[in-house]
Design a binder for this molecule. Structure first.
Ligand code: ZN
Length: 271
């Protein structure tokens, strides 16, 4: 009986010791688990912050376009800048800014001139494209000056541009007319239609505007170009709802991103 009790006690002691060491292991495992979860959470929240911090790189990733390296690798920006100084620009984009000077383009009832909005949008497109390491941008005007269509076309040809993109808006007696439309050269077997389709699709993906499609049209500025040439009409200033959008800086930024991404996907496809 006494022996049994002793044995029983002994067994109980072992059991207690065992559960103590088991408890210890569980505690260690728990600590490790907490540490891992904390690390993972920290990494995720840093990732979210970084993504929020850099809308353009996020947008590039969403659109399938390779993200702008100078934006993503902020820590390595110095190295990248050093490397980029000697890189020859691969593509030349000619941005033809609509109207200018005495030619104001469409004028809204609030006294807003199309020429000024064309310039604002073009400046945003230009800076977005220029942030791409292999693209250089030439604009037909960066001030409020008049230019003939012949001058614009000749300038683009002289600059040996890879694409010619004319930025406009429009107006109509019908106040309900709305939407974005991209026109391309009629006598073109040079992929002008492809460029128009890509830019139109991209803009529609970035901003809330009615899709009026891509179509050929005989604008004077789309006649004698030596390269794929398009004219984008970003919307109807005669439509009060659309005027509000087109004059909104945030909307303009998205619109410019859409135009830029369309041009970039065209250039990428050219190789
Ligand atoms: Zn115009």
């Amino acid at each position: 009986m006494a022996r049994k009790t002793k044995k029983g006690r002994h067994r109980r002691k072992t059991k207690t010791r065992l559960s103590k060491s088991r408890l210890f292991i569980v505690a260690i495992a728990l600590l490790i688990l907490i540490f891992v979860v904390f690390k993972a959470f920290k990494a995720t929240s840093t990732g979210i912050l970084a993504a929020k911090d850099n809308v353009s790189s996020l947008v590039s990733r969403v659109s399938g376009k390779s993200a702008d390296t100078s934006q993503v690798n902020k820590d390595k920006q110095f190295d990248l800048d050093e490397e980029n100084t000697d890189v020859k620009k691969k593509y030349v984009v000619y941005l033809d800014v609509g109207h200018g000077g005495s030619d104001g383009g469409y004028k809204t009832k609030d006294g807003v001139y199309e020429k000024d909005l064309d310039l604002q949008i073009s400046k945003l497109v230009s800076s977005r494209l220029s942030s791409q390491g292999d693209v250089s941008v030439i604009v037909s005007r960066n001030t409020d000056k008049a230019l003939s269509n012949a001058e614009r076309v000749a300038d683009g040809n002289e600059q040996n541009a890879d694409v010619f993109v004319s930025i406009h808006m429009t107006g109509n007696d019908d106040k309900s007319a709305e939407g974005v439309q991209t026109f391309y050269r009629v006598e073109s077997n040079d992929a002008s239609d492809e460029l128009a389709t890509l830019v139109q699709k991209s803009v529609i993906a970035y901003v809330d505007l009615k899709d009026r499609g891509a179509m050929p049209f005989t604008f004077d500025v789309l006649k004698e170009n030596n390269m794929p040439a398009i004219l984008i009409q970003c919307g109807f200033l005669s439509n009060p709802k659309e005027e509000k959008k087109l004059t909104n800086p945030e909307f303009q930024k998205d619109l410019a991103e859409g135009i830029s991404q369309g041009i970039l996907s065209f250039l990428d496809a050219q190789g």
